[in-house]
Each structure stands twice: as C-alpha cells, then as structure tokens.
Design a binder for this molecule. Sequence first.
Ligand SMILES: CCCCCCCC/C=C\CCCCCCCC(=O)N[C@@H](Cc1ccc(O)cc1)C(=O)O
Ligand SMILES: [Zn+2]
Ligand SMILES: [Zn+2]
Length: 478
Amino acid sequence: KGLRDTEHQRASPIPSQFSQEERVTMKESLKGAIQIPTVSFNPGEFNTTALAEFGEYIHKVFPTVFRTSFIQHEVVGEYSHLFTVQGSDPSLQPYMLLAHIDVVPATDQGWEVPPFSGLERDGFIYGRGTLDNKNSVMAILQALELLLIRNYIPRRSFFIALGHDEEVSGAHGAQKISALLQARGVQLAFIVDEGSFILDGFIPSLKKPLAMVSVSEKGSLDLMLEVNMTPGHSSAPPKETSIGILAAAVSRLEQTPLPNMFGSGPLKMTLQQLANEFSFPASVIFNNLWLFWPLVSRLMEREDITNALVRTTTAVTMFNAGIKVNVIPPVAQATVNFRIHPAQTVQEVLKLTKDIVMDDRVQFHVLESVEPLPVSPFDDQALGYQLIRQTIQSVFPEINIVVPGTCIAQTDSRHYTNLTTGIYRFNPVYLQPQDFRSIHGINERISVQAYESQVKFIFEFIQNADTEQRPVSHLHEL
Ligand SMILES: CCCCCCCC/C=C\CCCCCCCC(=O)N[C@@H](Cc1ccc(O)cc1)C(=O)O
Ligand SMILES: [Zn+2]
Ligand SMILES: [Zn+2]
C-alpha cells in the first residue's frame, strides 16, 4: 500500500550499512555537537558564540557535504543554515528536511551528567539537544555525508534547513529561510520536521509501539492578564488588591478547562486507524466511537499528554506583582499560554477566556497568537506521508502501526506553510513517557543504537524520495 513500485522505487540501492569506524565517528560527532551550548534564552537572545562555533563544527565533521559541487550552503539570519542539494532530475518537485540547532537552557541540577557534556553512559548519550533536536541536525547531515562518500547523486532536489532560534519562535531563522525560498519561487512537495516519535507506552491498553506522524500542530495564544488598582499603605489595605483579583481570575481559568473537543480534528482519524490494534474489549470500544466517545474522551482527559490532544490547554506560566512589602501593589500581571486545539481558533479561545474570568477589572493583552496548522494530506496520494511510512517499514520492520496525529507543541515547520501543504512531523526515534518528560527537562538522552537508526532512516529516506510520484490509486488495488 502507498507508493507504487516503479523502476525508480528500488529499496535503497545503496545499502544502509555502516562500518564500525563510521559508527564510532557518527556517535562522537553527535557528542561534540551536544558539547556546544547553543542555548536560546529569549527571542533575540542567544548564545551567539556557541552558534558560530556550531557553524564551524559542522564544516569540520561533514567535510564532504561542504565540498560537494551540487550542494549549495548558505548562512541565513547569521546562524541558520540552508543547504540546497541539486538533484539530477529537475522534473521532480523538491522537498525539505528541517531541524534546529538551538536548545533550551539547562543547569546541572538534577542531571546524572552535566547537560552539555555529551557523556556516554550505559549505551546512552546524555545532554541537552539529544532528542530536541541536535539528533536530527546531526543525523540529517551525517546521512548525507555517508551517502556522498558512497558517490550518491540524488535525482530529486532537496533542501536542508537548520534554524537557530526555534526554541524562541523561529523569527530569525526559519522565518527568514522561508521568505528567502519564497522569493526564489520555490514550492515544495513536502517537509519533514521534528514533532512526533515512535511512541511506546503512551496508551495503556496498547502494548505495541506506534509511529505517529503529526499532520497538524496546535496553535497558541499568549495572553497577559493585568489588574491595575490604586496603590497605598499596607497598614490600611482595601478589601481586594490587584494581586488578589488577578489570582482569583487565574484560578478560575485553571479550574475551568476549555471544552473537550474530542471528535473534531485529526484525533478521531488517529483513533479510528488504531482501533484494530487494541485487544478485546478496548478494540470494541475504539471500533464503536459513535457509542463510546464519552467514555474515551473522559479517559483521555485523565493524563496530561492525552488531555493535550482533546482540548485547548491552559497553562499559567508567569506571574508578576508587588514592589515592596508595605506597599499595596498598583499592578499585577500574569501570562497564560494556551495551546489551541486544531478545531478551535484564537478568537474563540479569547472569547471563552473572557467569559470564564468575567471580571471587568481584568484587562486582556494578546502578546502573540498562532492559529492551529491545517491538516496535511495523509492518503495514498500523499508523497511525504507515504515515503515516511515506507521508510519506517524498512528501518523498523517491527513497527506495524503508522498513524496520523497532532503535534501538541509548535515547530519551525509552521513558518513554511507558504511553500507546501504537506508538512509532516516525525522523528524516527522510540520515545517512552519518561523520555517525553526529559525534553526541556532533565537527563535528556538518546541511545547510541537509536541515533544510528535515525541516521539509517534518513539515509534510506533520501534515496526513497528519488521515486517518481506515482502513488497507488484505489483502482489499482482492486
Ligand atoms: C493517542 C496517542 C498519544 C499521543 C501522545 C503524544 C505524545 C507527544 C509526543 C511527542 C511530542 C514532542 C514534541 C517535541 C517538539 C517540541 C517543540 C517545541 O518545544 N516547540 C516550542 C516552540 C515555541 C513556541 C513558542 C515560543 O514562544 C517559543 C518556542 C513550543 O513551546 O511549542
Ligand atoms: Zn525542538
Ligand atoms: Zn524544544
């Protein structure tokens, strides 16, 4: 099912087998990348020394990529990198692989090894960026380097875009690369970015791992709530202060989750495709969602991660108030980060929020908002989705569940909707719930074997993408 077997759709003509020396080199290169603290702190506030060092580092560890005549390398926005790999067949529409080189900050606290040490312990490489997202940066370039060493020449052109500020919104990296490509008239067949994994143990009644390819991503609304009151002496306080009023408003928001949207958006398709993978009685429940949806939607609300799939989430992330111990505070401010369900809009969330707070003394300031992303095609004709499926089947033959899903966070790919309608978020790496918590958390790590598999996946994916787009039609399946 999926891509038609044409003469060009051979199973990876260059075998994805790497020598012992290559395997050691690839893991050491990843460790070196982790040791460069390319931290993004705030929009416009990055470790520029580290970002510059990272640029030099990739030149050093991937020399063939940089000296190949059909690959053009450009630095965009000072620290982001755009590679244009010219294929031999201009009739094939190009695609793009995305990753980001920046990471969120990390202190040593709670880590088994320092977060920028890149140390290997018991078969795992530890460090900030091992899952998010230097693994992808390095695996993409590593796979290309290994292909080039084997004299590979692609048929289909592709781009590699490595942003340097994804963790603080991508305005200087991805957004600029996107504008540059648009100005050049580029239209892409599809994009592959971070944003989902091979999920293992996320659904209690499903014992098998499943590959979830995110075909949409949630939107967001950063809302600042503000209360202004007359300041005064704390010895004769008013009945309510700006802090008390704001705290009550914020508490109402936390206590009143936005509506459960189960049944709308890509989740329904995800569960329908998963239905037959459950054993009895869960299989009956998932095959009859028309009857059991109230039960399933309630079960999903129970866990934070699955709750994030069924509704717009509300997270109070900042709270500032007070200037001195004996001064009634003039102003109190709180910032709330909403992650918007694909079936809702920014305006709807704003209205619901005002209705919940129901207090005229609370002012609302929209700091930033992004609508949820459209759903990318994932049918038999969808080249990007089918190539990911095909490559999963070959690299991870033990995985027989590949489903479309929704990314609960945001990715740089949102800056590229002007270039393609096919945006797929998938990291070919096994992820368990405790690994999920390590992303932006502590003890982020990747096993050496998982990293090798990721390189193998991209090595095969690039070759598989050389197929002509001849997806299987339903007629041929009859
Ligand atoms: C039914 C099956 C259960 C499915 C469970 C889903 C599990 C989710 C698995 C993986 C998701 C991992 C997502 C990783 C990507 C993280 C990307 C990220 O952190 N992006 C930032 C971007 C951002 C946005 C706004 C800003 O001001 C700064 C940065 C984010 O916060 O979203
Ligand atoms: Zn990331
Ligand atoms: Zn991140």
